[in-house]
Each structure stands twice: as structure tokens, then as C-alpha cells.
Design a protein around this ligand. Sequence first.
Ligand SMILES: C[S@@+](CC[C@H](N)C(=O)[O-])C[C@H]1O[C@@H](n2cnc3c(N)ncnc32)[C@H](O)[C@@H]1O
Length: 215
Amino acid sequence: MEKPSEENTKNEPWDWKEYYELIGEKGYTKNLEEAVNYCEKKDFALDIGAGNLRDTKFLLSNGFEVTALDISPESERLAKDLNDPNLTMFAGRIGEFDFPEEHFSLVNAQGILFHIHKDRFDIVFDKIKKSLKAGGVLCADFIGEHDDWNYKDGIKYILTKEDLDKLKQDFEIKSLHDYEADESEETRLMKAVYKNKPDYNAKHWHHIDIIAIKK
Ligand SMILES: C[S@@+](CC[C@H](N)C(=O)[O-])C[C@H]1O[C@@H](n2cnc3c(N)ncnc32)[C@H](O)[C@@H]1O
């Protein structure tokens, strides 16, 4: 697969509006139901790359005080409209967020971690890890080595077997779902975002969904 010409790890804000509308039909991430059950306390949660707030709303309805973080102005607008006193919106890039230490009982990160530049991933992930309390829950999805975005000189973060082993040093994995797909539901959604970019019109996905508890 050709290397795509742009990455949203650069500074351009993407138009995620149509993606948000389409993914809205899907409801919240199913893994979150299980993840929430591992939380000793349902107090503070962080939703990284919160998008249309589908997961943020699920967390709010489960009694969490949620910080939603997203670079998209549309996500910020949706948060304003929601006007929930238990929601704090950080409208900016992950790298700009001042992660509090040992604060969150749950961190949710769906469809976002692979957008982090692979050379910066360890720095960002260390902040995510430190922001969780001991016993805190990470609910996240990654892309794996068989994904089409794992091309030579690519900059997207790929979760390798070695990285997974490293992750296991700090986290107890409660659930890991490793699966591959062509023309998946995600392809339909990505087409909405990357309309004019043929590289994104069809791709092979290698998803790795995890729920993990910080040791
Ligand atoms: C694939 S969408 C996933 C949205 C949501 N988590 C969901 O599952 O519906 C990725 C989201 O990450 C946001 N995003 C991408 N790069 C970002 C960055 N560097 N900092 C903060 N948000 C980012 C986008 O604006 C978009 O809302």
C-alpha cells in the first residue's frame, strides 16, 4: 500500500463531522461495559479522542466525572451542547493535555492511539499510564502488525508483540481481542473522513482491542 500523503498527527484539523454522524448509529464501544465493571470507584474517567462523545456519554451515565479530549472543533461543539456539569472538555491535541498523575479510574482510547506518531508514542503512553491510579482501567484499541497502515517508514503507532509484552509489565490484561478484516465497518467510516484520499478507500485492518488494569 502507498504511503498516504497526510497524517492527522500533523497540525491539520480533520473534518470528522460525517464520521461522527455515522458512528453515532453504533452507540458506545461495547468493551466499555466490561471495563467499567473493573473500576473499584466510578469517579474520574478520561476519554481520549472522544469524537462524537458516544463513549463519554456512556461514562457519564455510569456516574463518572469525565474529561473528554479531542482536537476536533465539532467534538468541542458537541460537548458545549451537552452542557453536562460532570463533563470537562479539553479541546486540543493529546500532546497539549496536562495529564494529572494517578487521577483517573478509567482511561478510554478508541480509534486514537494509532494516530500518535510512533516516535512519540512511548512519551504519550507513559503520561496515559501515569494518569491512571493503581487498579485503574485502560480500555483501548490498537492496530497490529498485519494492518495496511504498517508500511515501511510509516509514522502510525503499531502495537507489536514486543510492545504488548512491555505493556504486560505494567498492566494486567483482562481482555484482548485480536482480529483482522477487509472492508470493515471502520472502512465505511474512514471513507467519510478521507473522502478524497484514495489510499484510504480500502484497507486491511488488524485490530487489537484491550481492557487492562494498571498494576
Ligand atoms: C477515529 S475517531 C474516534 C472517535 C471516538 N473515540 C469514537 O470511537 O467514536 C478519532 C478521534 O481522534 C481525534 N484526534 C485525532 N488526532 C488527535 C490528536 N492528536 N489529539 C486529540 N484528538 C485527536 C479526532 O478529532 C477524532 O475525533
